[in-house]
Ligand binder design. Structure first.
Ligand SMILES: [Zn+2]
Length: 99
């Protein structure tokens, strides 16, 4: 435990990876666990490639499609789930749906 022992500036990245973990295939999950545990610095070049292409490229949403803000790590998994929106917009759109 304790990804934050290794990643002091972490602002939810480890939590995000933990949320993504159950959806990954074995190879990507193994590498992601390593990142959660020890950080990206320990990855080999090949592992880094897998992590980038099979995890980050798929699950990371850079900015919200509606308001354009940088989506924080804490909302990143939600953004993947809701099609690319920050928590605020997702919430607002749900509200609009109900009106
Ligand atoms: Zn937004």
């Amino acid at each position: 435990m304790g990804w934050n022992d290794h990643m002091d500036e972490d602002d939810g990245f480890g939590d995000f990876l933990t949320e993504v973990l159950p959806e990954l295939d074995d190879a990507a999950a193994g590498i992601t666990k390593l990142v959660i545990d020890k950080g990206q610095d320990v990855l080999s070049e090949k592992q880094r490639w897998v992590f980038q292409n099979h995890v980050l490229d798929i699950y990371v949403t850079k900015e919200c499609k509606r308001c354009g803000i940088d989506i924080p790590w804490s909302e990143m998994y939600g953004a993947h789930d809701n099609g690319g929106y920050c928590g605020y917009c997702d919430h607002m759109m749900l509200k609009e749906d109900k009106l």
